[in-house]
Ligand binder design. Structure first.
Ligand code: ADP
Ligand code: MG
Ligand code: MG
Length: 981
């Protein structure tokens, strides 16, 4: 997401320095434009320093230094260390303190900070420079023994954990023990003496675990900490986070060395985190938390429950007023909502961080709209501030934030927000039991320590997935995202106990079958059932405002793919300006129509051949085939006329593109293999039971088991309405042989028909325009139904705008001939209805040859629509179902392909076909209307491509329409900006 919209005010000298091999910048030397060199944190500290805000002095080691460290095999680049020492001397001068000086010790924090904020992914050490001598100095200097020992124990634990790689528990457990022994509820209840004791205990723990003394030399501490921060860039956590968020791995992290200020010096001290607006709702008010007598990490780590920032107004009114003014100033300066960290040392405020705050989808939209109304942003900037994915999120059902606030006591923990969405279900700890629970009608959350391919059936049965281990690219996360399942991964605080079928979170135990709620958008896990709310597009007023601005900016129209009137209505409510694809065959699949469709299909080839004969040459069979076929078609014509009329009504005044039948006919028939199985079973059963009318179920079962194995035999028995006999007992049940025989005859006929239509490669076989040319009656019927539906709606006083689309054209002659056949049908309807209907004929461009000869094809088409699913399949030579199941996901993981080309249009390859299609098509017909109706029409990156090559519209699923409106505007704005440059 864009953060600073303002042009960076990079000075010439700074720009030069950035490429000058300079590895360290003091805060005074940097500025906000130097994110890539200083990281977000460093750039923010520099910008605040130069704005005159109270920032403790410090310096930033650049991301280039981090990269050099890696290139040199984890060696500090030459000169870096001398430079660090020189800058430490400078800090000593500025602060009047000495690094390692027991009389007046300088302490620093060593903080990571990459160009993109990666919250919680990398490390920071506070209070560095402490050792047994400097602690004494701190005591003497401040007269505050408790504070000094508090700083000491914090430092040893943090350094041990982050720099020396010890576990948090190594320190947490003895600390909790001590608190328990001392009957101290909070760490602030501990005395100086107790804190000293625990600090020294920590140092011993380090000694035991690392078999070395705790490093007391401050420069040694500093070097180790700097290396630790560099190393954390390539830690697994950070690596996974970047994979998930598509952040490149070669950016590196900067290291910030900042003079310590102390929020733990008593009740006039404290620390806090605040947002300039509410990051959940976007409301314009300071939002945050603070703790008195604490250090920075306490707020985030939740060691004590912090107070609301508003309470600071009463507790420290002067500091609050100062902070509020600074917050406003920073927001105005960056022209975006800021996430701020601050510390108050004995009544003096220090700013420690500013960055653009992460926010929920509703907040992102509200803030963008509000900032336009406040005169801070232009409409174009606001449009660019919102990620199209946030619109998707806004329109998913989600947990009610208000309810969440009330249920904080039920919060079990937090993991990675691995796949967005809200899910409620029974916690089930085993995939098989998850399937069983689902079959029992219960919603399920599959809870596993981690998942593997063995768990996938359980995931499929679940409403959501929760794991205790693993990051954003763990199996659970990747699979859940691909299934669109909400997922929270790596919730390490959960203790999952498979044998006991329960999990523990702190003191709470959740047993299998109890309800939990997981929020894949935030990573939160709750006990019980959180209420969800359906998004109501009509109620999202800020979104409507933002989209209305988007509509002013975009050039691309946004249409929708819809097969039914109710989808069309929804699409129209979402702002669709037409229907770009109605797949008529979906109407064929409806249960009550399928028998008619099958009758039509089973006779299609015979009837077509018979109709080609002279009447006198036709046999009785020919006549029967024609009669059945025509009757079925007539029935379907009536139904389709109604269907189309419904669509035209819903889209009154807007274009509706209807695609004539596209898939091969046998797709409407049962699968070949299934029919083979069923007929074999039927025949065998009849043979086994000989000529008798009674049947020996035991005998049948034995025979079936021998032939098909236990499972299939049981299925066949059920199908035959036979129950398996009790062990040993020979039961006999009456069976209607004639019914079985009838079924066998029917199934065998069907099998022959399916066999005759079978193709080696149906995707490349008799379908689309080819089918229309071989069996013209079906598309003729559809054309009549379209025109008649339109005529009916026109007679009602509405304006239907049908566009008839012919799929899979690869050669101009296919289109020319089809069109001739269909125009005759149109003429017939126009004549009989007496209604003048404004209709168009056009074609899909989805076969590569179609794109290559688009100029010839355009002569016979009034519009093109790119079917980029097929174009991608045929351009790559992949069959999508096989590819996605077998290798494509691996291709993407292994970076053989940058993305799944079925999700994001392959601009470099398939995009060339699109571009060529547009250019050649328009060269032949200047105002040829061109759109895209593949799935790519709803993908922001692909939409940008469509904008660039000059399509007239994108067509996507109704729910994607708002996303596409925004993405189309962003594409238009971005291309104007590049042109202006
Ligand atoms: P993160 O990026 O995880 O927030 P930070 O580097 O910002 O890590 O530091 C962690 C915490 O320590 C923050 O609350 C921060 O404000 C605090 N902190 C960092 N440096 C100092 C310092 N020099 N003096 C006091 N507190 C600090
Ligand atoms: Mg921070
Ligand atoms: Mg297609």
């Amino acid at each position: 997401m864009a953060t600073t919209a303002r042009k960076p005010r990079k000075t010439a000298s700074k720009a030069r320095a950035e490429s000058n091999g300079k590895l360290i910048y003091t805060f005074a030397e940097g500025d906000a434009s130097m994110r890539s060199t200083l990281g977000g944190k460093g750039a923010g500290l520099a910008e605040m320093t130069n704005a005159g805000l109270p920032v403790p002095p410090g310096f930033t080691i650049t991301t280039q230094a981090c990269n050099a460290y890696y290139e040199a095999g984890k060696e500090l680049p030459p000169g870096l260390w001398d430079d660090v020492v020189a800058h430490m001397k400078e800090l000593e001068q500025q602060t009047g303190k000495g690094f390692g000086d027991p009389a007046n010790p300088l302490l620093v924090s060593v903080r990571s900070g990459a160009a993109f904020s990666m919250p919680g992914m990398m490390d920071t050490v506070l209070n560095l420079g402490l050792n047994p001598d400097t602690v004494q100095g701190l005591i003497a200097l401040t007269g505050n023994e408790r504070f000094a020992w508090d700083a000491w124990r914090r430092f040893v634990a943090m350094f041990g954990r982050i720099v020396l790689d010890l576990k948090a528990e190594d320190f947490d457990e003895p600390f909790d023990e001590l608190k328990h022994k001392a009957k101290a509820k909070l760490d602030t209840d501990l005395t100086a003496e107790q804190l000293r004791e625990i600090g020294n205990r920590f140092a011993e723990i380090v000694k035991e675990k690392t078999q070395g003394e705790f490093p007391t030399d401050p420069y040694r501490q500093l070097e180790l900490a700097v290396r630790a921060v560099f190393d954390s860039w390539f830690g697994k956590r950070a690596h996974d986070y970047r994979e998930f968020n598509k952040i490149p791995h070669d950016l590196g992290t900067a290291v910030n060395v900042v003079t310590m200020v102390f929020g733990n010096m008593g009740d006039d001290s404290g620390t806090g985190v605040a947002f300039t607006r509410d990051p959940n709702t976007g409301e314009k008010a300071l939002y945050g938390e603070y703790l008195t007598n604490a250090q920075g990490e306490d707020v985030v780590a939740g060691v004590r429950t912090p107070d609301k920032i508003s309470q600071m107004r009463d507790a420290m009114p002067e500091v609050y007023t100062q902070f509020e003014a600074i917050a406003q100033r920073l927001e105005g300066h960056y022209r975006d909502m800021q996430d701020l960290e601050f510390t108050i040392e004995r009544g003096t405020l220090y700013m420690l961080q500013t960055r653009s705050g992460k926010r929920t989808a509703p907040a992102a939209i509200k803030i963008a709209v509000d900032m336009v109304n406040e005169g801070v942003l232009t409409k174009e900037e606001a449009i660019q501030r919102v990620d199209p994915a946030q619109i998707v999120q806004l329109l998913l059902p989600r947990f009610d934030d208000a309810a969440k606030e009330k249920m904080t006591d039920q919060l079990l923990g937090k993991g990675l927000n691995a796949s967005p969405g809200a899910a409620v279900g029974q916690a089930i700890f085993d995939p098989d039991r998850a399937v069983a629970a689902k079959e029992g009608g219960h919603p399920v959350i599959l809870v596993r320590v981690e998942t593997s391919p063995d768990d996938v059936h359980g995931m499929l049965a679940a409403k959501g997935v929760l794991t205790a281990r693993g990051g954003a690219t763990s199996h659970a996360a990747v699979v859940a995202r691909s299934m669109g399942l909400p997922c929270v991964a790596g919730a390490e605080s959960l203790k999952i106990d498979y044998p006991k079928r329960e999990m523990r979170a702190g003191s709470v135990t959740v047993r299998e079958g109890e309800l939990i709620s997981i929020d894949g958008t935030t990573g939160e896990i709750y006990a019980g059932e959180l209420p969800t709310i359906e998004a109501r597009f009509e109620d999202e007023h800020d979104l409507a405002t933002l989209l209305s601005w988007a509509d002013e900016s975009r050039r691309l129209q946004v249409w929708a793919n819809a097969d039914y009137p109710r989808d069309a209505e929804r699409a129209r409510a979402f702002g669709a300006q037409g229907i770009g694809l109605c797949r008529t065959e979906h109407m064929f699949f409806e249960e009550d129509r399928l028998p008619t469709v099958r009758r039509m299909i089973l006779n299609a080839h015979a009837a077509t051949a018979a109709k080609a004969k002279a009447d006198a040459d036709r046999t009785d069979d020919d006549r029967a085939a024609i009669a059945t076929f025509d009757a079925a078609l007539a029935e379907l014509e009536k139904l389709q006329t109604d269907d189309f009329a419904g669509l035209f009504r819903a889209m009154d005044g807007l274009p509706v593109v209807i695609r004539l039948i596209d898939p091969p006919l046998h797709e409407f028939l049962p699968a070949y293999d299934e029919l083979v199985g069923e007929t074999t079973r039927l025949r065998t059963t009849l043979e086994l039971t000989g000529g008798s009318n009674g049947v020996d179920a035991g005998l049948v079962q034995q025979g079936l088991v021998k032939l098909f194995g236990k499972k299939d035999a049981a299925r066949a028995m059920r199908r035959l309405n036979l129950s398996a006999p009790e062990e040993g007992a020979a039961a006999s049940e009456p069976m209607d042989r004639s019914a079985l025989e009838r079924e066998l005859t029917e199934k065998t006929e069907l099998l022959h028909a399916v066999e005759a239509m079978r193709e080696q490669n149906p995707m490349l076989g008799l379908r689309g325009v080819r089918l229309g040319l071989m069996v013209p009656d079906v598309v003729k019927m559809q054309t009549r139904a379209i025109l008649a539906g339109a005529a009916r709606v026109a007679a009602e006083g509405l304006t239907p705008l049908p566009e008839i689309m012919i799929p899979l054209v690869g050669h101009v002659n296919e289109l020319r001939e089809t069109r001739e056949i269909l125009e005759a049908e149109v003429a017939r309807i126009v004549e009989t209805s007496g209604q003048q209907v404004d209709y168009k004929f056009g074609t899909m461009i989805e076969v590569p040859r179609g794109a290559l000869t688009a100029d010839e094809i355009a002569e016979h088409a009034e519009f093109f629509s790119f079917g980029t699913n097929d174009l991608t399949q045929m351009g790559f030579g992949y069959s999508r179902d096989d590819a996605e199941g077998k290798f494509l996901m691996q291709y993407v993981d292994r970076k053989i392909l940058p993305e799944n080309p079925f999700q994001v249009l392959d601009a470099a390859g398939i995009g060339q076909l699109v571009r060529m299609g547009v250019e050649k098509g328009r060269a032949a017909k200047k105002d040829l209307k061109i759109g895209i109706c593949g799935e790519h029409g709803g993908d922001p990156q692909s939409i940008a491509f469509c904008h660039e090559v000059g399509l007239n519209y994108v067509s996507c699923s109704p729910f994607r329409v708002p996303v596409a409106r925004l993405a189309a505007a962003q594409a238009a704005i971005a291309s104007t900006e590049t042109r202006d440059k």
